[in-house]
Design a binder for this molecule. Structure first.
Ligand code: F6P
Length: 564
């Protein structure tokens, strides 16, 4: 099916109606909406399985929701959704299908991509993973000296790191006994060095995880890890052939894995229709499966699949990813918010905001629409966050009293992931209180009354400092508990949210051309830094870059001559 040229989002009738509607709501305090409708929570919350979404603390009414749903319909969301699930090449700039949802679906029915059913291959790799994971856990897979594997090091970056790292961290209570997981992504040698320091090479398994198997950071770390390993096992009288027991690869470029020296049977493949930032469901999830076992990994996938079904079938106004996406569009495009914070009040989700940064900003941080026309409205917000209650003691001051309005997703759990109930109640109380405080604020009069019944000039001034503008929107996501199934659903919820926003903003959420320019320029500078001189054949750098290179080289030369 060809891409149907769509109208610019801002030309859609509902977009224009939303603009007028936003003007009418301007200045309306969110808390007044609660006074007008005592059942506001019931009218503006939705549930799916163990996830509750309360979106009542946003400045919106039933009319807003109706108009937003119309916007989704006019942007042809239902049609785009089906095109994605059916495997059409909706990533039009790279001519690729977008099928991370197929990775977590049952083997039947068939799903055809270029006249081939992709489901059997997906399930073959899952079986390969299961066999491998079981053999490591059952200590049948042994290191080169015959001892079991105790440490798994995933070497990857971006989507080949952030997703697995976040899931393994979140599901630490499910971690297999006797297995420690490590993740190395940064090109900074300290990251690898610090990890290797604590490892016994004969008990370590490296997973080189890279879709392309060309990424500078990953290949540099993988080569250094390989050198370290060979050096370490030399003392045991072992050589290159031991790589087979200690290095596996996950990639959609199996030839490159073999050129690196990884045995063909140790390569786990996936396909070009799996986007890097959506790849944790593919063999990129091997580090997850090794950490928590294949059964738990399948539970994670089942949770995501359940969310896929919900997204595909629930009415738009009750559909969690649709609601989350539309509220985001409302806050960013019609209420002027340029950033968005995700604050999990659950330490297990500490890495969730960092994971979402790639998922959201690499997908929708774009300036050109599907027709190649410039986009004149805000697309991906600047996404940031960290876990509560830590944030309360750093950036919450800014959230409450700065002039920048930041909509927030709070994420909490009903059941704690630990045995200290007092902590959980206090933590939850703080999360609920923050959302309430951000919305309600505190007026100057209230602040003044708190200070004194008969205020003088100093107290009047002090009251200004103690005033909170309030009216700040937030969503609350409450999970029954954080287990593999619910985490799978939560991740899929955000994946779909981002896809939906991409549809509304009429952009391709699945390429990432904005990462290329810096990479290309780095190649030349790397050469110059290594060779110790500027490349005179190529056009000159700007004077800042040129001077910084020279400054670096002068220092390098000085320290080299001191060493000699
Ligand atoms: O940041 C660019 C990017 O291509 C991401 O999209 C991807 O997740 C990451 O680099 C790593 O790529 P690879 O898995 O090919 O090493």
């Amino acid at each position: 099916m060809m891409d149907t040229p769509s109208r610019h989002s801002t030309e859609l009738p509902s977009w224009q109606r939303l603009e007028t509607h936003a003007e009418q709501l301007q200045g309306q305090p969110i808390s007044s909406l609660f006074k007008e409708d005592p059942d506001r929570f019931d009218h503006f919350s939705a549930r799916f399985e163990g996830i509750l979404l309360d979106y009542s603390k946003n400045r919106l009414t039933k009319e807003t929701r109706t108009l937003l749903v119309q916007l989704a319909e006019e942007a042809q969301l239902p049609a785009w959704r089906e095109r994605m699930f059916r495997g059409e090449k909706i990533n039009h700039t790279e001519e690729r299908a977008v099928l991370h949802t197929a990775l977590r679906a049952p083997e039947t029915p068939a799903l055809m991509v270029e006249q081939e059913d992709v489901m059997p291959a997906i399930h073959q790799v899952l079986e390969q993973m299961a066999r491998f994971v079981d053999s490591v856990h059952q200590e049948e897979w042994l290191g080169c000296t015959g001892v079991p594997i105790t440490d798994i090091v995933n070497i990857g970056i971006g989507g080949s790191d952030l997703g697995p790292r976040m899931v393994v961290d979140a599901l630490r209570p499910w971690q297999k006994r006797g297995i420690r997981s490590h993740f190395v992504s940064n090109l900074d040698g300290r990251a690898l060095e610090t990890t290797l320091e604590s490892l016994d090479a004969t008990r370590t398994l490296f997973i080189v995880a890279s879709k392309t198997f060309t990424t500078l950071e990953t290949m540099t770390n993988a080569h250094s890890a390989r050198n370290w390993f060979l050096q370490a096992i030399k003392k045991q009288g072992k050589g290159e052939s031991s790589i087979r027991n200690h290095f596996v690869a996950v990639s959609s470029n199996p030839e490159a894995c073999q050129s690196f020296g990884i045995a063909v049977e140790n390569v786990f493949t996936f396909w070009d229709w799996v986007g890097g930032r959506l790849s944790l469901w593919s063999a990129i999830g091997l580090s997850i499966a090794l950490a928590i076992g294949m059964d738990r990994f399948r539970e994670l996938m089942a949770g995501a699949h359940a969310m896929d079904n919900h997204f595909r079938s629930a009415p738009l106004e009750e559909n969690l990813p649709v609601l989350l996406a539309l509220i985001g569009v409302w806050n960013h495009n019609f209420q002027g918010a340029e950033s968005h914070a995700v604050i999990p009040y659950d330490a297990s989700l500490e890495l969730f905001p960092a994971y979402l940064q790639q998922l959201d900003m690499e997908s929708n941080g774009k300036q050109v629409d599907r027709e190649g026309e410039p986009i004149e409205y805000l697309t991906s917000p600047l996404l940031w966050g960290e876990s509560g209650s830590n944030g309360q003691h750093s950036f919450f001051q800014f959230l409450h009293q700065s002039s920048i309005r930041v909509p927030i997703d709070f994420i909490g759990t009903l059941e704690p992931g630990h045995q200290l109930p007092d902590h959980h109640e206090r933590l939850t109380a703080n999360m609920l209180a923050q959302a309430e405080a951000l919305m309600k604020g505190k007026s100057f009069q209230e602040a003044l009354a708190e200070i004194s019944a008969q205020p003088d000039e100093t107290q009047t001034r002090l009251a200004r400092y103690k005033t909170f503008p309030g009216n700040l929107p937030s969503n609350m996501l409450l999970l029954e508990r954080l287990d593999p199934h619910t985490l799978g659903s939560l991740i899929a919820l955000y994946e779909h949210k981002i896809f939906i926003q991409g549809v509304i903003w009429n952009l391709n959420s699945f390429d990432q051309m904005g990462v290329e320019l810096g990479k290309a320029l780095a190649k030349r500078i790397q050469q110059e830094l290594e060779q110790g001189a500027l490349d005179k054949q190529s056009p000159a750098h700007d004077s800042s870059t040129q001077s910084l290179i020279n400054y670096f080289l002068q220092h390098k030369n000085r320290s080299q001559s001191q060493k000699n």
